[in-house]
Write a protein that binds this ligand. Structure first.
Ligand SMILES: Cc1cc2nc3c(=O)[nH]c(=O)nc-3n(C[C@H](O)[C@H](O)[C@H](O)COP(=O)(O)OP(=O)(O)OC[C@H]3O[C@@H](n4cnc5c(N)ncnc54)[C@H](O)[C@@H]3O)c2cc1C
Length: 303
């Protein structure tokens, strides 16, 4: 039976020291230590790896580190520890107030059993294009804190996740937390996910939208992001510009939806899935904007 080296540090400092000792710079022939939080993604990689590959693995269990746990709000600033589980986020009063669409997004992940174990840090660092926390975090302009024995650095979520299953984190760096400004009071948000089935479905596409309306239903601020549509998490700024400063209407929501779909095609090129994804993305962005407008009382959605 293949044995995997497992380190169970008692504190963040010990975890970072172990990761530094295992970094490829220190031991060129081997991959660095792999953090395990909930293990809901990592254990799938274990099953997919060959015994030869596994013999090389070193795993560091970060699931009990209090330094990366918890959800806090200090004034406008919200901080979610990388070790916070999706269940904790889904049930957090702080998140319900500050970023309701993030709570909706994590509520859509897997099953209750998965959400009880799986963490937001693992969701981000696995960097799946279908990761459901990423669109809301991108719309919120979230910034990630990475730590290593060399110190701490902050990086926007769209620069941390650089592409499908790729991050800019160094092998000895651990994600500690993500921070963002709370949505303004009166700013409405919505998250919509499309999967192949109703339950336990990975996103085929998702939409995360927040809108702040001014007097006369003017779109004063709008943030739009989409999952499984762009190479990396981002705000879809061109589409946001279409709506900014205009008076809200269903036509405007549809126009923005079409613009987001156009931007997806520009970013990814035409693919086998474009025929499906283009109209569906336009529809879910439109629907998310309409849901925000309905919360403001300027749209009759659902009709
Ligand atoms: C049945 C099932 C259904 C699922 N459904 C969904 C779904 O609907 N939507 C969705 O988005 N995901 C889904 N997932 C994927 C998974 O549950 C999530 O991505 C989860 O958030 C991963 O968190 P984790 O703590 O389990 O990560 P782990 O498996 O522990 O780690 C994942 C990766 O991140 C790295 N990592 C973890 N924490 C850190 C850290 N703090 N710093 C640096 N690197 C770190 C690990 O080394 C590993 O590479 C599903 C998985 C399963 C098994």
């Amino acid at each position: 039976m293949t044995q995997i080296e497992l380190c169970r540090p008692a504190c963040l400092e010990d975890a970072l020291r172990y990761m530094s000792e295992c970094a490829p710079e220190a031991e060129a022939a081997r991959a660095g230590a792999r953090p395990i939080a909930g293990g809901t993604d990592l254990l799938i990689s274990v099953r997919q790896a060959s015994p030869g590959e596994l013999a090389d693995w070193r795993v560091v269990d970060i699931s009990r580190l209090s330094e990366i746990s918890g959800i806090r709000r200090d004034g406008d600033l919200v901080c979610i520890g990388a070790g916070a589980t999706h269940t904790q986020i889904e049930r957090s009063e702080v998140i319900a107030q500050a970023a309701p669409f993030l709570a909706e997004a994590v509520r859509s992940i897997g099953s209750l059993q998965i959400r009880n174990r799986a963490t937001i840090g693992g969701n981000i660092m696995n960097a799946s294009p279908a990761a459901d926390s990423l669109p809301a975090l991108a719309a919120l302009g979230a910034v990630a804190t990475l730590a290593s024995v060399r110190g701490r650095r902050e990086t926007p979520i769209g620069e941390l996740v650089t592409g499908p299953y790729k991050t800019s984190a160094a092998p000895d760096e651990l994600l500690v937390d993500v921070r963002f400004r709370a949505l303004a009071s009166g700013e409405h948000s919505a998250f919509i996910k499309v999967g192949r089935r109703r339950a336990l479905a990975i996103s085929r596409l998702s939409a995360a939208v927040a809108v702040c309306f001014g007097p006369g239903a003017i779109v004063r601020d709008i943030r739009i992001s989409a999952g499984a549509a762009f190479p990396a998490p981002c705000r879809i700024v061109g589409a946001e510009q279409v709506a900014l400063g205009k008076t809200y209407s269903v036509d405007l929501a549809e126009q923005v939806g079409r613009e987001v779909a156009e931007e997806m095609v520009q970013a990814t090129g035409i693919r086998w899935s474009t025929e499906y994804k283009k109209p569906v993305l336009a529809a879910i962005i439109t629907r998310a904007i309409r849901q925000c407008a309905a919360k403001e009382g300027v749209d009759a959605w659902p009709e």
